[in-house]
Design a binder for this molecule. Structure first.
Ligand code: NAP
Ligand code: F7E
Length: 329
């Protein structure tokens, strides 16, 4: 029987996919929104008809308690974070506060309001960082390489700790990179697909990137939010790696994206731009999601090339629409 779900990070990429999924399953869905006038609310309301918004901030414990008391959720999905690794190097303290300590503020608020509330924590493959083994599983040791990765390790272990200490249903999904047309423009995949579309339409000539050799296990966000729901529906809370099991370089991503538009990325991509290099890099990630496959019955549906072309097509259509609107005045 679907209950009431509260999602933090509702204005982010995963928030709207998860909101749509839970609404389609009959849940009453609340999205936690920070600030006094969030410009992304309009598009969330359009994508998730029926969703309700409630104020709150991961930096403010009492706002979380008030939100839980008001909505009385049966499930809470903690997707809110400073999630951009590049920014985490520049704002390390804020990242620790939001992405790390924000998790314990959520768990404490749940303990205060109703310890029966089920809790999902958005953990990350960035926790593996300088990888100890490949592919990475739930048992692989962590070695984070950024303030973001370190904060996520804290969030992960505090979730495990509250599960073990207070018998709470607190689970953690260790999700590898997942993308979509809703991905923020600061992340490399969307940065590439958006630029490729603009280059095709003559709106720009080139794009500057950092390290083209880093490799990621990229999946589709729509597939990954289903894994979150499945984890929360188990009899016992546990942790799961969610990944495709295939890795590709940023260079391969460029190659497919530009080729889809009849372009050669080597004519347009400038690499090793110092602005986009990181003080410490995660060179290669590849996940082993066999536990999720076995226990949850989860598997990814969208393969890499289809993900890239889906994102390019969406950016091309969006740019063409913007051009038509501009021409119409
Ligand atoms: P995203 O698009 O960057 O969204 C981040 C969300 O966090 C936004 O809705 C943002 O809201 C919210 N937020 C930021 N600071 C907050 C605060 N102080 N209080 C409350 N909310 C705050 O991230 P995403 O890609 O959807 O990822 C969702 C979660 O999964 C994140 O925790 C991320 O770290 C984690 N994760 C993502 C991936 C991936 O590949 N996408 C992989 C592993 C884990 P505003 O609109 O107010 O800024
Ligand atoms: O970088 C390289 C960059 O910023 C991917 C977040 O969702 O996934 C994401 O973190 C790779 C890195 O994602 C540029 O150095 C090259 O090696 O798209 P990204 P990320 O750092 O992997 C994990 C799982 C999360 O949890 C995070 O929240 O691409 N790269 N040139 C570049 N990256 C960016 N952003 N911009 C460039 O110009």
């Amino acid at each position: 029987m679907p209950g009431t779900a509260l999602i933090t990070g509702i204005t982010g990429q995963d928030g709207t996919y998860l909101g749509q999924l839970l609404l389609s399953k009959g849940y009453h869905v609340y999205g936690l929104v920070r600030g006094q006038n969030n410009p992304r609310l309009e598009s969330v309301a359009r994508l998730c008809p029926g969703i309700e918004f409630i104020e709150g901030d991961l930096l403010d414990h009492s706002s979380l308690v008030a939100a839980f008391e008001s909505c009385q959720p049966t499930e809470v999905y903690n997707l809110g974070a400073i999630s951009f690794v590049g920014l985490s190097f520049k704002q390390a303290l804020l990242t620790g506060e939001v992405t790390g300590l924000g998790v314990v503020r959520m768990l404490e608020a749940i303990r205060t309001v109703n310890p029966q509330i089920r809790f999902y924590q958005a953990s990350s493959s960035e926790m593996f960082g300088k990888v100890r083994e490949s592919p990475q599983t739930e048992l692989t040791a962590f070695h984070p390489r950024s303030p973001y990765g370190v904060a996520k390790v804290y969030g992960h272990y505090i979730t495990v700790n509250y599960r073990e200490s207070y018998d709470m249903f607190a689970c953690s999904g260790i999700l590898f990179n997942h993308e979509s047309p809703r991905r923020g423009l600061e992340f490399v995949t969307r940065k590439i697909t958006n630029a490729a579309a603009k280059i095709k339409l003559g709106l720009q000539k080139q794009i500057s990137l950092g390290n083209l050799d880093s490799q990621r296990d990229w999946g589709f966000a729509g597939d990954y939010v289903d894994a979150m729901r499945l984890m929360m529906a188990q009899d016992q809370a546990d942790d799961f790696v969610i990944a495709t099991g295939v890795t590709h370089s940023v260079r391969e991503f460029c190659d497919i994206a530009f080729a889809h538009l009849g372009l050669d990325y080597r004519d347009h991509v400038v690499s090793d731009d110092a602005r986009f290099l990181r003080p410490a890099e995660v060179d290669v990630l590849i996940g082993d999601a066999s536990k999720a496959r076995r226990v949850l019955g989860w598997e990814p549906k969208v393969p890499f090339a289809e993900l890239v072309t889906m994102m390019v097509d969406a950016d091309l259509a969006a740019q063409q629409k913007a051009m038509r609107n501009e021409a119409a005045g």
